[in-house]
Write a protein that binds this ligand. Structure first.
Ligand SMILES: *Cc1c(COP(=O)(O)O)cnc(C)c1O
Length: 233
């Protein structure tokens, strides 16, 4: 027998309280928790975290790695319970799209046309966000704003349902993310896109204040992520 207090499921028992706290943060920032869609990021955690999220009433689940997505989706398929809408939020290689496609309901991280072409091939008409690099940091991923018009045209040309834009704010002081989030909103406005996927645990308030329609929250819901040996992040 393992010590129950040390198991991940014991840590997940705190999810309802943490969810209430996240909703309160959204509300305090002027957002309507009913309208700001909360994507619960379970990367690094097992299928139990997804089950806990579903039990708490969360239906949108974010994953960053195709292998993890496949494993958890496979486990949940064996349950009788409800299934989540899976959001793919991580960097994506073209050759992994085929494995992710049967599960993903919304692709947040489409930052180049070659990736969009493969998504359109494996999941015709899929709902996507174009990921924009709003911070000029090379390691962040995302399409440079100057290339965004061509990317959006290309994604539409291959039949994808372009819903909005996504960005990752800079690490550090949450206020430092404001210019990035504002820039994303301006770009979305300029292109007639309504959805804005921006904001993570540390910068929820700033993202909501700048008009986020979807926030991607991991740590604030599930606690610190277990280390991932040999993987990015
Ligand atoms: C991990 C991750 C998140 C969640 O980050 P937290 O700081 O744990 O809330 C959100 N978006 C992306 C793209 C991520 O990779």
């Amino acid at each position: 027998m393992v010590d129950a207090a040390a198991t991940p499921s014991a840590a997940l028992a705190g999810l309802p309280e943490r969810l209430a706290a996240v909703r309160a943060r959204i509300e305090r920032a002027g957002g309507d928790p009913e309208r700001v869609r909360l994507v619960a990021v379970t990367k690094g955690f097992g299928a139990d975290a997804v089950r806990a999220a579903l039990a708490a009433g969360l239906t949108d689940i974010g994953e960053s790695y195709v292998q993890e997505l496949e494993a958890k989706a496979g486990e949940l398929a064996d349950d009788d319970g409800p299934l989540p809408t899976w959001h793919f939020i991580g960097r994506l290689q073209r050759n992994k799209v085929r494995k992710a496609a049967p599960h993903v309901g919304l692709w947040h991280s489409v930052d180049r046309l070659s990736l969009g072409v493969e998504i359109a091939r494996q999941a015709p008409g899929a709902a996507v966000f174009a990921q924009v690099n709003t911070t000029d940091e090379d390691q962040k991923g995302g399409c440079p704003p100057t290339l965004l018009p061509a990317l959006l045209d290309g994604l539409r040309d291959v039949g994808l349902d372009v819903r909005g834009l996504m960005t990752i704010g800079p690490a550090g002081d949450p206020e430092d993310a404001r210019p990035a989030f504002r820039r994303l909103r301006e770009l979305a406005d300029a292109h007639g896109l309504r959805e804005l996927s921006m904001g993570m645990s540390d910068d929820i308030e700033v993202a909501v204040d700048e008009g986020a329609t979807m926030i991607r929250v991991g740590g604030a819901l599930f606690g610190p992520r277990p280390a991932r040996p040999g993987m990015r992040h």
